[in-house]
Design a protein around this ligand. Sequence first.
Ligand code: GDP
Ligand code: MN
Length: 294
Amino acid sequence: MLARNEDIEGVVDSMRQLEDRFNYKFSYPWVFLNDEPFNDEFMRRTSILTRGNVSYGLIPQEHWVQPEWIDEHKAYAARRQMMFDGIIYGSSVSYRNMCRFNSGFFYRHPLVQQYRYYWRVEPDVRFYCNIDYDPFLKMQDDGKVYGFTMALKELKKTIPTLWQTVREYIGQNPDSIHPDNALRFLSDDYGQSYNLCHFWSNFEIADMEFWRGETYTKFFEHLDRAGGFYYERWGDAPIHSIAAGLFLPKEKLHFFSDVGYKHSVFQHCPQGEEHVRGRCWCNPQDNFGMSRRA
Ligand code: GDP
Ligand code: MN
């Protein structure tokens, strides 16, 4: 979990739920990362909630701050314009640092490097159901690489040039595309344009070998050099989704339909037998995947 010291109330809220519904049986370790050192209160209040090992990492500056080759005048103008356009986090540099870190750096942190699979957790989320099996083993046994619970549409104004930058990369690296990819999830016109669909990356269970591999590493490098993290407001969600959708066969994507989950105002609530088996407490009629907005 990436978090700030002041996120502590939301952090313990999310952590307690995941422990109660899942991890008390498995005792998987927690890794907390921050661009500033965690304080004693943060460490005290989180470490007592689990029997698993807990570690606290500081993110190196070069994985977090706006790179020096970004033209700050141009970046500033973009932030200003987005603020006038009323785009959420449009004026924030730290939000952009966070999106870039989640796109290209979290899996390189020394505390994370020893692991192959991760479950991304955010402050203030809800887990509605029991998870009685080991989702990491499921990923491994079924050969899955990227697991999600919800897919939304990105705000177009945050990524005006992302798709053309992706297409540039593919033009230079045509072999990176998997023949059995999920392009139809990402594009309604055979790749001419991006339809803005993305897996909501505040929940992710995934195999970091994919992010660490040559294709994604080169892809991230290409996007990073284009500067869109700062000249626009590229999110890690569309970037992860586009990479998973183009470079993997679609059978390696996994919909965790049995994980009841809520982040901000949207939730995925398991249906039917899965709702019963998980002893879920969400309302099955309040389910983003069935709404007209999905
Ligand atoms: P949203 O989900 O897009 O609304 O963004 P959040 O505010 O939830 O941020 C996403 C994740 O990054 C959460 O886990 C936050 O705690 C974390 N985060 C966001 N900004 C910062 C930051 O400046 N520093 C640190 N350490 N974590 C951050
Ligand atoms: Mn969030």
